[in-house]
Design a protein around this ligand. Structure first.
Ligand code: ADP
Ligand code: MG
Length: 232
């Protein structure tokens, strides 16, 4: 089995000289298929920077990153965009749904340029909505859905291409408690079905669902523990 994520010696420095910010100071991390990992840390510890590197949204200052076996540094812009689209499903704090278009259309969106036929896109989008428990809301507009339901649509959209990795940055940051429980339930279910999930969070409640908790402080991993007595 090969790791979904394999980073070593990952560093990221913003700026240079006296004003340089060392956001990542040498991170080594492996995530295996089927894992459910929470990356935790205080504000400013480097979590989003790490997510940007893992998600190929930004390039590290130095270090090595293999995403599902592919060396990210060796790819050009176009190859990187392709790899990112194929391998990673992103979930952010803001749901970023397209307003005035149905949940179903939102989930179909990533497949528009995939070359798949319309009927197949629809079939896959409906299957993804079913996985997040929203079959009966497929025709609804985002503003007709609760925050938790909107985030579940965003999860379905992230899932629909069959990515190797679901990467979420503070996915429950905008949600009330009931919706948080709802969305975490979806992550639990997806992980139980074999999906690899990496969630960046500062909330204990979120981390309690993960099977492994990686703590980041001042740009370094300070602990990496497999949890026992997991909720899910
Ligand atoms: P977290 O997500 O854990 O709150 P970040 O990764 O956003 O932490 O930030 C880590 C450090 O890097 C902070 O000191 C932050 O101010 C700094 N930082 C983040 N992004 C940039 C940027 N684009 N330019 C300069 N400094 C940045
Ligand atoms: Mg952040």
């Amino acid at each position: 089995m090969k790791p979904v994520i394999a980073v070593s010696g990952l560093r990221k420095t913003y700026g240079s000289g006296e004003t340089a910010v060392h956001a990542l100071r040498g991170v080594d991390l492996r995530v295996w298929p089927g894992e459910y990992v929470a990356i935790m840390g205080a504000s400013g510890s480097g979590k989003s920077t790490l997510l940007n590197m893992l998600g190929c949204l930004d390039t590290p200052t130095s270090g090595r990153y293999l995403l599902d076996g592919f060396s990210v540094a060796d790819l050009n812009e176009r190859q990187l965009a392709l790899l990112r689209n194929r391998k990673i499903g992103f979930i952010f704090q803001s749901f970023n749904l397209v307003p005035r278009t149905s949940a179903l259309s939102n989930v179909e969106l990533p497949m528009v340029y995939s070359g798949l036929k319309r009927g197949e896109r629809r079939r896959r989008a409906l299957a993804a909505l079913e996985m997040v428990g929203l079959t009966d809301r497929a025709k609804h507009l985002p503003n007709e859905l609760s925050g938790g339901q909107q985030q579940r649509v965003a999860v379905a959209r992230a899932l629909v291409g069959g990515p190797a990795l679901l990467l979420a940055d503070e996915p429950t940051g905008n949600l009330d408690h009931a919706s948080t429980v709802d969305v975490l339930g979806v992550f639990d279910r997806l992980n139980a079905l074999g999906r690899t999930v990496v969630v960046i969070t500062h909330e204990d409640e979120v981390a309690h669902h993960a099977r492994r908790v990686v703590r980041v402080s001042d740009g370094r991993i300070v602990s990496d523990e497999v949890r026992t007595g997991v909720v899910a």
